[in-house]
Design a protein. Structure first.
Length: 193
């Protein structure tokens, strides 16, 4: 009986103390593809990336949307940049002038269901940060990507699928695996008796 209690305590401790994630940041991934006028999927980490969480910033909101893309002129730093914006669209905004989160928040107020901010210089994709909490999925993309989307928009409407989702980090998977091994050992031990 004492051995059973000992194993229950060890198993419970493994789950309660080992399972919490080692940091508060939740790793995110993003998916971005054109649905119309052509089908084209862009590469996470090469063409786009979600905004990351740091000690003093917030991550992209988690979400999955498919909608018409609409370009926002003048960097999207003021509410006036969104005059004429159609609610329910995904905003395409150029980097510059203000914080990324200001652009995304302005897009939210205008009724956007998502936001793509593309770089104002030609360089590999970088990890941007948001200084405010936002509620629509948003990503940062390369200038090449943004210019390609603008080219499609000049020819007509563009339908885009944008998704930001959490991914399990290796540490969490390891700790979860360890807890499951302890539970399997407990199960085996109690099953024998």
């Amino acid at each position: 009986m004492i051995k059973k209690i000992k194993w229950l305590i060890i198993g419970s401790a493994a789950i309660v103390f080992l399972f919490p994630v080692s940091s508060k940041a939740i790793p995110l991934t993003s998916a971005l593809e054109i649905k119309s006028p052509i089908l084209h999927e862009y590469l996470y980490g090469l063409d786009h990336t979600p905004f990351i969480e740091t000690l003093f910033s917030f991550p992209s909101a988690i979400g999955d949307v498919t909608a018409n893309l609409q370009f926002v002129p003048d960097y999207g730093d003021n509410a006036s940049d969104f005059v004429g914006f159609t609610p329910g669209n995904i905003a395409l905004i150029e980097r510059g002038v203000t914080f990324f989160s200001t652009k995304v928040l302005n897009a939210e107020v205008a009724g956007a269901v998502g936001a793509i901010i593309y770089d104002n210089i030609f360089q590999p994709v970088i990890s941007g940060t948001l200084v405010d909490i936002t509620t629509v999925p948003s990503v940062f993309a390369t200038r090449d990507f943004g210019m390609e989307l603008l080219g499609y928009l000049q020819s007509g409407s563009v339908i885009v699928h944008l998704a930001v989702s959490p991914v399990p980090e290796p540490t969490s998977l390891f700790l979860l695996g360890s807890a499951l091994i302890v539970l399997a050992g407990l199960w085996r031990k109690f099953k024998k008796k």
